[in-house]
Write a protein that binds this ligand. Structure first.
Ligand SMILES: [Zn+2]
Ligand SMILES: [Zn+2]
Length: 137
């Protein structure tokens, strides 16, 4: 008549799955459908804005007839305007390719067709004070 006490260990596992995850509303407005955000728009292409306006420097005379020179730095340019380096107004110069021996004039720099000597470059500088002619090889 011994009554052994039974300890009934009732293990009740309550696996409470907490469904408290933050819900994200999947409205389709988060991708690239909207273009109202500033700063993302690409800059407009600037290809023909200023490149054709500014004078271009001439490094060597080959067949130019009219050039434009800077009175300060003596750089040569292809169009009228301002010097790219010191903003001085350019003055026109008429170029003549002339042989210094026999006076033959040709339309480009090179040897004289008569004597074979390299022609000289004659610059008629149309300065505001008058035309000044200079020759250089
Ligand atoms: Zn200059
Ligand atoms: Zn010649």
């Amino acid at each position: 008549m011994r009554t052994s006490p039974r300890h009934l260990l009732a293990l009740v596992a309550l696996l409470a799955v907490a469904g408290c995850g933050s819900r994200q509303h999947d409205s389709a407005a988060s991708t690239s459908s909207q273009s109202s955000s500033p700063g993302v728009a690409p800059s407009p292409p600037r290809t023909d804005a200023l490149a054709s306006v500014l004078p271009k420097q001439i490094l060597e005379l080959t067949s130019q007839v009219i050039i434009y020179e800077c009175p300060k730095c003596d750089r040569m340019f292809d169009t009228a305007g301002q010097c790219l380096f010191d903003q001085s107004p350019l003055y026109p110069v008429k170029i003549t390719y002339i042989c210094g021996v026999d006076g033959t004039i040709i339309d480009h720099h090179g040897p004289c067709p008569k004597c074979g000597r390299m022609v000289q470059i004659e610059k008629a500088k149309m300065l505001p004070s008058g035309i000044r002619v200079e020759r250089e090889n």
